[in-house]
Design a protein around this ligand. Structure first.
Ligand code: DAH
Length: 372
């Protein structure tokens, strides 16, 4: 291609770009010039076959052509965007004198509602609400919870890791990740506030998992009590009181089964009894009775003394219990949804059906269960 050809093609391209009537036409011009098969890209490729002298002269020339085309595209894009905005502003009119809609629009998502219910119930038992970052480091999410680098429990978490830092060694103790559970807030609360301590920590957690009952992001609430002389009896009473208030039934019966979590010792899995009411499983009653059964609900246990040590407290003086439960699961059990994925679709019809009125603030006196 000789130099006049560039000038001609450039002039032609600039004219076409300025004449592009919409984003689509402009994109076609961009592809024709700067796309992989475009003429500017082809011209750039010819540089490789030139002698050094020729390249010294042609290089800046072709780069100049490329810059001119790309600036013209940006300019045209800005002009088209602002014209579109002007048009939209001129055509969309909002009449602020119209009366409010007869039926209120918008609703509180069941996850938010359940989190408010939990805060209300636990505040009454002297707990405060704690938070921690969703972008967490390996130490808080795993190591300080008694899951060292090689611990098999780590593999069960399907963790979303951030890329290792450039040039980092094999093991990066503070490698960043999306927290896989709310348990790291235990560590952060103990480090920040010391003991005694009573917190719940509701929030988002992330795992690489997806089906009708698993989504890559979901919600948990963590509970932690640290004090002197705490034992399993306190744990059982607290969970029983919480679940009776939450499900608004006095006949909630719990079954504690031995289990294993690295951060608790001993660890217990908590099942709740249900009964068959016309083909529906309704929580309540002793799961061992005829027509009844047990459903696994949450994990808990006495805080492992190593975790108390990791958080900088003296495990000979301070003991505690902890628990973790899925907030989405609590919402499904209480309000009867069966597909977790719908929680995060943002479908207005689903929200209109399962959402709560913004005026329906859960209180213990008024009832934590919203009036549907
Ligand atoms: N972090 C656990 C999980 O995500 C849940 C859990 C179990 C939390 C036992 C606890 C606990 O605090 O004591 O699977």
């Amino acid at each position: 291609m000789n130099t006049t050809v560039y000038d001609d093609r450039l002039a032609e391209a600039l004219a076409a770009i300025d004449a592009a009537a919409d984003a689509e036409a402009l994109e076609a011009q961009r592809i024709a010039a700067l796309g992989k098969q475009g003429w500017v890209s082809a011209a750039l490729k010819t540089l490789g076959g030139m002698s050094p002298e020729e390249r010294q002269e042609q290089g800046p020339r072709i780069q100049g052509v490329r810059a001119a085309v790309s600036e013209a595209i940006d300019r045209r894009k800005a002009a088209l965007d602002s014209a579109a905005l002007e048009e939209q502003l001129a055509s969309e009119v909002l009449d602020l004198t119209l009366p409010a809609p007869a039926a209120p629009k918008g609703s509180i998502h069941p996850v938010s509602q359940v989190m408010d219910e939990l805060a209300e119930i636990f505040a009454d038992m002297g707990f405060s609400v704690a938070t921690g970052p969703e972008i967490e480091d390996d130490w808080h999410n795993f190591t300080a919870l008694n899951m060292p680098e090689s611990h098999p429990a780590r593999a069960m978490h399907d963790t979303f890791y951030f890329p290792q830092e450039e040039g980092a060694q094999e093991v990066q103790p503070r490698r960043m990740l999306l927290r896989t559970h709310t348990s790291p807030v235990q560590i952060r609360s103990m480090v920040e506030h010391g003991a005694p301590l009573r917190i719940i920590a509701p929030g988002r957690v992330y795992r690489s998992d997806s089906d009708a009952t698993h989504t890559p992001m979901f919600h948990q609430v963590e509970g932690l009590v640290i004090d002197e002389g705490i034992h399993l009896g306190h744990l059982k009473w607290t969970l029983e009181t919480f679940l009776k208030a939450f499900f608004e039934r006095d006949d909630i019966v719990l079954r504690l089964r031995p289990s294993y979590f690295p951060f608790t010792e001993p660890s217990v899995e908590v099942d709740v009894g249900w009964q068959d009411v016309g083909g529906r499983r309704v929580l309540g009653g002793n799961g061992d009775d005829v027509g009844h059964g047990w459903m696994e609900l949450l994990g808990s246990g006495m805080v492992n003394r190593r975790v108390i040590e990791f958080a900088g407290l003296d495990p000979d003086k301070w003991q505690g219990f902890a628990f973790g439960v899925g907030v989405d699961r609590l919402a499904m059990l209480k309000y009867g949804m069966d597909d977790l994925r719908a929680f995060f679709d943002g479908d207005g019809r689903w929200l209109a059906h399962y959402g709560f009125s913004a005026f329906d603030v859960p209180t213990l006196s008024g009832g934590v269960g919203a009036k549907l």
